[in-house]
Write a protein that binds this ligand. Sequence first.
Ligand code: GLA
Length: 501
Amino acid sequence: MKRISALLFTIALTASAWGADLSGHWVVETHNNDGTTRKTFLMLKQDGENLTGKVGFAWADQDIRDGSFQGDKLSFVVAYGHPPNERLIHWSGTVENDELHLTEARGRRAPEEMIAKRTSDDAGNPPEKLPVPELHEVPYNGLAKTPQMGWNSWNHFAGKIDDKTVREIADAMVANGMKAAGYIYVNIDDTWELDRDANGEIRTNKKFPDMKALADYVHSKGLKLGIYSSPGPLTCAGYEGSYGHEAQDAKTYAKWGIDYLKYDWCSAGRIYQDSDMRAVYQKMGDALQASGRPIFFSLCQYGRDNSWEWAPKVGGNSWRTTGDIQDNWKSMSTIGFGQNDLAKWAGPGHWNDPDMLEVGNGGMTNAEYRTHMSLWSMLSSPLLAGNDLRHVGPDILAILENKDVIAIDQDTAGHQATRLKKDGDSEVWTKHLANGDTAIALFNRGGAPAKIGVEWPEIGLHKKPHLRDLWSHRSVKAEKNGYSATVESHGVMLVRVSGGR
Ligand code: GLA
């Protein structure tokens, strides 16, 4: 009898899981240690053992792939991140008491346990789309005559950034020569936000108790302070965005003494079409101009909607051309060497932004970091260090603070380099400089040392010029017909060529 009732009990339990209908909206709440909560919505559709639907992350809805529900077990996969750095997240778990007990596995990160609770079917849906303004041209704000230089918190600290660390970074930038080398902006990226007060004014979370006092401190060091937001309701990390509060936020930033805004598309993609992007960015461009303070406007939308064609017209000083960089050779080199076709869009006041520097974050060799710094400088890219500047060795400082290389980036003509030629893994890029000199970079993307060179007529010269090696800071000997060097694997020879016309 006992056996039979146990059997019946098991059958009943299994049947209840089988009978469970997972269709509907579920929410996973993750509590951050700054008092904020991130919500991820699972919008599921179950049909027998087939599970489809979407996961609503802060930055976008992602379609569920390979979803299944068998017995009481469910599993599915979603893509994460922006191409070309798209990765997969695997979710698996069980149904228990009408809750989903899930494990989330992302790449090499330790798997995380989480519980999804049922919620109403409109929870997680994006708010109604606000009307977008008519297009017009926002006047140039006079900033960014040369590409912006500074530091940004995201690449190293991500969500673990706070007031104290920003002050320490500012101190370090003064003490270690970064400020003297031209790195002026100290930019707080995502995760400073809390919510809005009764008047709709944005409030900082407890990691940033007083933004105005922080700005005063950074200014007292002769540096400038940057901040981050999104045109959507949420930032990419799931914090409060500027949706419907654009003009109010611009005024708040001005009141605090903010000098730079990175404005990241993120959850705006759940509401607007890419074709609305220009109008949506224009709204903030206008708001910054009306704020009464010159605020650098950095667009971040991962190269979508050919932003280079319209970004200066919305008052943008720079625009991202790619997905997020990672601290490895493949990511950095794919991004950097992929910028050739965008050269014509860069110039004083408005720059292509292939993302922030990873120099010093530990995932590449020093030769690879010299290539990163050389390539970004050739490309007239923003130089925003992304490492922990409080703890940085002399070898990394020598890369970031190389004045000869920085001069290539900061050249006032603002001609972004282009690829002169490519032979297998060897590439030669050139950049024409304001004083008539030419910067030549011989890049070796291969796994073994390679001899790379140029002949003078290829760069429009008729006789032997003077050559300076910008990493050894010495003159180098040119040959009558041209110049060549053996370049180490993943390395660069960067020279400045004068005369020879
Ligand atoms: C996006 C941006 C990154 C960073 C994060 C913050 O991924 O591209 O540079 O700002 O958001 O959440």
